[in-house]
Design a protein around this ligand. Sequence first.
Ligand SMILES: Cc1cc2nc3c(=O)[nH]c(=O)nc-3n(C[C@H](O)[C@H](O)[C@H](O)COP(=O)(O)OP(=O)(O)OC[C@H]3O[C@@H](n4cnc5c(N)ncnc54)[C@H](O)[C@@H]3O)c2cc1C
Length: 365
Amino acid sequence: MNAILDVSPDDFTATVEPGVTKEALNAALRPHGLFFSVDPGAHATIGGMAATRASGTNTVRYGSMRENVLACTTVLADGRVVCAGSRTMKSAAGLDLARLFVGSEGTLGIITELTVKLHPLPEAVSAAIVSFPDAAGAVTTVIQGVQVGLPLARAEYLCPNTIRVVNATNPGLSLQERHTLFLEFHGSSQVGLDEQAGLMGRIAAENGGGDFAWASHPEDRTRLWHARHNAYFSCQRSRPGSIILTTDTCVPRSRLAESLAGAMRIMADAVFPHMIFGHVGDGNFHVLMAIDPSSESEHSEAETLNTAIVDLALSLGGTCSGEHGIGFHKKAFLRREAGEDATEVMRQIKSLLDPRNIMNPDKIF
Ligand SMILES: Cc1cc2nc3c(=O)[nH]c(=O)nc-3n(C[C@H](O)[C@H](O)[C@H](O)COP(=O)(O)OP(=O)(O)OC[C@H]3O[C@@H](n4cnc5c(N)ncnc54)[C@H](O)[C@@H]3O)c2cc1C
């Protein structure tokens, strides 16, 4: 099911079947001067992204699938076909069922059609790299940039370990192995954008940041974001034969510096290679642990560290999953995060819509 059914430039919407990939949709939208903004690192389908309520590097500006799915059609376990939401920009008509299916990880039904929001391609785009002696300086720069309303479209943090493996796997990239931000600004004119990027440069300098290295040509920006999107695979390649266990905590932005510093303390004595990077503009980062799949002790240590990082995020008012979903692995965390009553309501909705438990059984619940 990979057909693009409709593109409506006047409404800024597209209606697609769930197997359409974000890349295919964006290729079809380019001639209209529009784009679909949600961009997880994986080569994902719009259906899979809706099912996991995915986000990506530019959520800080354009929102996640939660904000970008306007409507969806879902086939329920008993064969009923439910059309939820509409192409309107807003609706106050009844319960918001579209929002129920977005993020349900295939447990409530199969999404067969989606209408998503589109955005105009920005007139002006600038990207820059800036590095810091510590993570706190990098994170504080992003938070302050967001607080003063700068048009940040992407704000990604990469720890020195991540920079090292990204350098090693991307020919031509030789970034300093420091705490680094990859930034992108979108605006309606280059002059306005230069001014705002200048302000971001001053904020970075006040937090110990070095000079901005600008990626002015589209191909330089593509190289930069390609390296960032492939950071997961770079980490895996840094220890041949390893598998990656990744955390996905997200905290309110005001607690991000604490959450990141705490995760670094927790990981300090880990016996396996690990890297930290993430969408810090949203308060979300990933700790990637490259573990030996045949080692019981590494598995067990990774799980202990993962739990400690989630505990910290929950204690700071955060969540165990900013974007990857609950799946099988985070079920116990969900119960702790949402509480018994809320988890029970979720379970009741699941059994109402899927009494025979045939839709992705055992995920989430
Ligand atoms: C390298 C890497 C980087 C990633 N980076 C990010 C990131 O930056 N941000 C982020 O949010 N996520 C990220 N992810 C996770 C990724 O976004 C999700 O895996 C992706 O959204 C899933 O899309 P998919 O097409 O691969 O779906 P699948 O993996 O095929 O499916 C995902 C889930 O959705 C269900 N599902 C799929 N289609 C439907 C449907 N039509 N109806 C109902 N249920 C359905 C499946 O049963 C499954 O439970 C990353 C993953 C990888 C491997």
